[in-house]
Design a protein around this ligand. Sequence first.
Ligand code: PMP
Length: 305
Amino acid sequence: EVSWPKYAWINGKIVEWENAKVHVFVHGLHYGTGVFEGIRGYYDSGYIKIFRLEDHMKRLFNSAKIIHIKIPYTVHDLVNATVELIKANKFTKDIYIRPIVFRGLGSFGLRAQNPVDVAIIAVEFGKYLKKTGIRCTISSWRKPSADSFPVYAKTTGIYLLYHLASIEAAMNGYDEAILLDHEGFVAEGSGENIFIVKNNTLITPPTYDAILEGITRDTVIKVAKEDLGLNVIERRIRREELYTADEAFFTGTAAEITPIVEVDGRTIGNGRIGEVTSKIMDYYNSITLGKIEKYRKWVTEVRID
Ligand code: PMP
């Protein structure tokens, strides 16, 4: 159960939650002509600590560019708006921040380039997936290739695919879906990137493949190499390699680092959180709370008073 916050930000203004509204005829609702982000803020002793806020906003602008949307603000404007919104809401719990930009009211023509609406929503949000390890299933839905769909943009439209994959997994009794790419290699989860561990080496699908370039994925690759002394290889992963991995885990803003302990009836490793996964989970938590000096630059602290 979510308890709604007091305010949201829409088209340049902080407004009462109930007034953050658009018309049912907005283009984005009908055709999925929108882009969005998901960002976490952690409450820690009087501060909301936002992780990689600017990087998320930059990805939002890149996603928008790919689908011909020009956002009538700068990255800096939206970073500041987010901070103001958090201050206004005086959050004292962990939060999820959702900037969204979509084509608004005007023509319903498919090619209409209506003015865009821009909103930032922030809500209280706890853990997303079980941190003790989850059971996954390979989805019957595939991640399309980059020549069939703009797969690198975080568009609202492509989330119909992830919605279906996620529902299918739940209907079959699993915690989460894993989508293969159009050639049958492991791509990603319905809202996460994926890593496997073999002989102390992290292996993850490359960004030239049809995956979202996750910010958590980027964080893990960087710190695994620089701070944890692990090898990282970006290459395609065969489905069978996933079944026989020593360890496997998801990365994502919502999922953070989530251990995968089963895939379609095959136990991964010993069926518990692996040693390498556990190390990365701990380190990731420290980084997001700004406890590792080197990565303090990734954390935006918002004082709540
Ligand atoms: N893949 C998909 C399909 C996602 O929805 C997400 C969540 N944004 C990710 C990967 C992970 O990306 P990030 O680490 O930037 O949250």
